[in-house]
Design a protein around this ligand. Structure first.
Ligand code: NAD
Ligand code: MG
Length: 396
């Protein structure tokens, strides 16, 4: 049965990089798509400005202390948009009649509760928030299956794989899935050269323009590690059928190799609007504003193996995926805390993998029987990593 048009889309994390790309695609299709719910973490002014442009029914600020400010901002702008605040309001709206599609574009584990609420309510989920899959992948995909919710991956690699498979199910005819990685801004650097890199250098990604956290993850290669775990859950494949290939031009977004020797790849310019248009239009193709690929102008495509000696985060993620249970939750939580400390100038770049490794060693993988068990492992890893950083600063 086709959905009534226009589709009502909730953009969670609307003020971020993915949020902006999603709204750009939505604005190109007024007959087909409508932004009905917009949310932000704490930036009230940016959220009100988006409401003035997109006229959603609801706006949510996650920071509960900013409700009045949001309400006043919407009122002053003469908007009929209803103001809400806090995580519970976000979860309720993601599950409500206010939307039929949810773009999960909040950064970090903070995105899990609204993402879960959306799939439990059977929404179409356009999932950019990879951390929620790393933290609770099995729970999230099981909840989606139980509710008949469709998950369309937005991360460019997983969106590429989804396009090659035309589903989220890698059947027995899939021999191997290859995730491509740009290698980030420090590709080819020695470990010594990485010791002194600054947050400004780390967020200056050569190919993609993204939020600060994922930009640092790309520089450490933790992003690819998180994506391995993401692929494992999304496509239900074990580590033996997954691999990573560095491809600095970022034009081949990933590849699927089948048992007959065929390899399908999805290619395109590095612009997240393509993935978002796939999700927003699926199963139809819609305009995204992204130009086609001119391979003659690009000239060449290069490939190399990732260097896990210089970038241990990728190795740590493999280990966490193999260990399973609570290990990926610990990996993700320690990484979030370490990246935030690095961005604030509290620790050096090489401390990121060191802190993640320590957290994994301190919390051996336990069975992840429930959401509570996962959230407890996440909280414990955050505490231990924060303590380690505080100790490091008091010694410095
Ligand atoms: P961003 O930092 O640009 O935006 C994050 C958004 O989340 C903002 O709207 C912010 O207000 C909101 N937010 C932050 N903390 C919050 C909280 N505690 N509660 C509620 N909302 C909160 O990040 P981004 O680059 O757009 O990335 C968003 C997600 O998409 C991440 O999980 C990232 O890994 C994934 N992703 C991004 C890209 C990209 O190109 N930017 C590509 C693939 C995947
Ligand atoms: Mg990606």
């Amino acid at each position: 049965m086709s959905q009534p048009l226009p589709r009502a889309v909730a953009v969670l994390g609307a003020t971020g990089s993915i949020g902006a790309s999603a709204l750009d695609v939505i604005a190109r299709h007024p007959q087909r798509l409508r932004a009905s719910v917009l949310s932000a973490g704490s930036q009230v002014d940016a959220l009100v400005a988006l409401c003035a442009k997109f006229r959603p029914d609801h706006a949510v600020i996650a920071d509960g202390g900013r409700f009045r400010q949001l309400q006043a901002g919407l009122q002053d702008a003469g908007l009929a948009t209803q103001a809400h605040a806090g995580d519970e309001a976000l979860e309720a709206l993601a599950a409500s009649e206010a939307c039929d599609t949810v773009v999960a574009a909040i950064v970090g584990a903070a995105g899990l509760s609204s993402t879960l609420a959306a799939v439990r309510a059977g929404k179409r989920l356009l999932l950019a928030n990879k951390e929620s899959l790393v933290l609770a992948g099995e729970l999230l995909t099981r909840a989606a299956d139980a509710a008949g919710a469709e998950i369309i991956p937005i991360d460019s690699e997983h969106n590429a794989i989804f396009q090659c498979l035309r589903s989220r199910q890698a059947q027995h005819d899939v021999r191997r899935i290859v995730l491509t990685a740009s290698g980030g801004p420090f590709r080819g650097h020695s470990r010594n050269a990485l010791a002194g890199v600054t947050p400004e250098q780390a967020v200056a990604h050569p190919k993609w323009s993204m939020g600060p956290k994922i930009s640092v993850d790309s520089a450490t290669l933790m992003n690819k590690g998180l994506e391995l775990i993401e692929a494992h859950h999304l496509f239900r494949v074990g580590g033996d059928r997954l691999s990573v290939l560095v491809h600095p031009q970022s034009l081949v977004h990933s590849l699927v190799e089948f048992v007959d020797g065929s390899t399908l790849a999805q290619m395109g310019l590095p612009d997240m609007r393509t993935s978002l248009a796939v999700g927003l239009g699926w199963p139809e193709r819609i305009e995204s504003g992204v130009a086609g690929l001119d391979l003659l102008a690009q000239g060449r495509l290069d490939f190399e193996a990732p260097d896990t000696g210089v970038f241990p985060c990728l190795r740590l993620a493999w280990q966490a995926m193999a260990a399973g249970g609570t290990a990926p939750a610990v990996l993700n939580a320690a990484n979030e805390v370490a990246v935030s400390a690095f961005l604030q100038g509290q620790i050096g770049f090489l401390s990121i993998p060191a802190l993640v490794e320590d957290a994994l060693a301190a919390q051996p993988a336990a069975p992840a029987e429930s959401l509570d068990a996962l959230l407890a492992a996440d909280a414990q890893a955050r505490r231990l990593t924060e303590q380690a950083i505080a100790g490091h600063r008091s010694r410095a």
